[in-house]
Design a protein around this ligand. Structure first.
Ligand code: SF4
Length: 303
């Protein structure tokens, strides 16, 4: 059983060491159509549970083997907040982690539980998924365990955000014909305007899914990103960027694009051809474009 995996590198976090709280099998309260793991019966609590000591011993060993880890990413073959000793675990991690940051990736289904919030408050960064703002979509796409209600998830996130001073990132995975409809995006947008997360990452299926569901194209993701209010820091987090061909944009088109949706340098390099990238640089020099940093990601927007 491999509790520790990686390290993997990310532009934003640097070197991340993964900690899997369910290395033996998938234990999740969702069974998402796009999951990379095989489909499995959903559960409300783990039935295969590691001890805190086993996990801490594995983390200590991992940190000894890899000296320069920037972040410990707590995740699971499934949902990490189903681990019953999460609160005790994060207390123990915080005693040994030194300067390493902590991040948890959760599907948010339990965020309305006060004991889950207590544990998550102790992480440096929390990333919660929110694919759907309506119950019908949640049932269809994330195939949630019985009793899980999207309204409770939304209320729980709002309550957590009020108490949390770290970075709260929301991740939305867009699946063709399932949650890409304007009405669903509008419902997400209104909710996110109320929540005011640190950042919103939108992506699509990048790896083979459990069921026959389809990703949307990068252009479609960009179009969807324009449906969110421009005050929300929406970041297109998709490897599909690599698949698109760059196009020519006039100065006016560049400014108009950045007015609708702030973009990262990565987006700009994917979307704009070489001449347009030069135009972008000129506009930046002329201060018609400015940069803003949100939780380690630099966005460019119209000044
Ligand atoms: S929440 Fe994550 S692990 Fe659980 S089914 Fe969905 S994608 Fe898979």
């Amino acid at each position: 059983m491999n509790i520790i995996f990686g390290p993997v590198y990310s532009r934003r976090f640097g070197k991340s060491l993964g900690v899997d709280l369910s290395p033996g099998k998938k234990q999740c309260n969702f069974d998402c159509l796009y999951c990379e793991l095989d489909p499995a019966k959903t559960m409300g609590k783990q039935d295969e549970v590691l001890s805190v000591k086993e996990i801490i011993d594995a983390i200590k060993k991992g940190l000894q083997e890899h000296k320069d880890i920037d972040v410990l990413t707590i995740t699971a073959n499934g949902e990490p907040t189903l681990y019953p000793y999460l609160n005790e675990l994060i207390d123990e991690i915080n005693k040994i982690k030194g300067n390493t940051k902590t991040l948890i990736l959760s599907n948010a289904a339990t965020i309305d539980e006060s004991k889950v919030q207590e544990a998550l408050l102790k992480f440096d960064e929390v990333k919660l998924s929110l694919d759907c703002a309506t119950q019908g979509c949640l049932k269809k796409l994330d195939r949630s365990h019985k009793g899980i209600d999207v309204e409770n998830i939304k209320k729980g996130m709002l309550a957590f955000k009020k108490r949390y001073s770290g970075a709260l990132v929301i991740e939305i995975l867009i699946v063709k014909t399932l949650n890409d409809k304007p009405s669903e995006i509008e419902a997400l947008n209104s909710y996110l305007l109320e929540l005011q997360p640190t950042r919103v990452d939108i992506g699509t299926i990048d790896r083979p899914p459990a069921f026959d569901v389809k990703p949307v194209s990068y252009e479609e993701l960009l179009r969807i990103s324009h449906l969110f209010d421009s005050s929300l820091p929406v970041y297109i987090a998709s490897r599909k960027k690599a698949d698109i061909s760059a196009s020519g944009y006039s100065e006016e088109q560049i400014l108009d694009t950045l007015r609708k949706r702030p973009l990262t340098l990565e987006d700009i390099e994917a979307l704009f051809d070489k001449k347009s990238q030069q135009r972008f640089k000129n506009l930046l020099k002329e201060e018609k474009i400015k940069s803003v940093e949100t939780n380690g990601v630099k966005f460019y927007k119209k000044a």
